[in-house]
Design a protein around this ligand. Structure first.
Ligand code: ZN
Length: 132
């Protein structure tokens, strides 16, 4: 595998870049047609223009029918890569949701003893005052 496209250029201020600042695998297969329309992407393989973003381009490369015409020039390897990327992005969302649930549980556990300490502190304060 050669990665000639991964060129670490730090010129983020270039307005005419035809590639979005993203490591999405879809950009291996597509280029922006018009820098003012970030949703119009042209397939590098067959030249088909996809008008609804990089996710659709991946569907196009993967040959998943329904929302977009499948690519006629993508190889089996290209299809697998894009299918995997689509799968991964779904898993990502699920993982993030699970993480949020865990954080919520942790907050509950921490919150319970805190409330206990509060009443204890108030009682200690009251008893200190009455002895004075
Ligand atoms: Zn194509």
């Amino acid at each position: 595998m050669s990665s000639a496209a991964s060129n670490p250029s730090s010129s983020t201020s270039k307005p005419m870049s035809l590639k979005r600042n993203s490591d999405d695998i879809g950009w291996d297969y597509g280029v922006l047609v018009n820098p003012n329309n970030l949703n119009l992407i042209k397939c590098k393989l067959c030249g088909q223009e996809v008008s609804a973003g990089i996710y659709r381009l991946k569907l196009h490369i993967a040959g998943i029918r329904g929302q977009v015409k499948p690519c006629r020039k993508s190889s089996e390897e290209d299809k697998e890569k894009c299918k995997k990327a689509i799968d991964d992005s779904k898993k990502d969302k699920k993982a993030r949701y699970a993480e949020q649930q865990e954080v919520r549980d942790a907050v509950d556990l921490v919150g319970a003893p805190d409330a206990d300490e509060d009443t204890t502190a108030a009682e200690v304060y009251r008893s200190t005052r009455s002895t004075m």
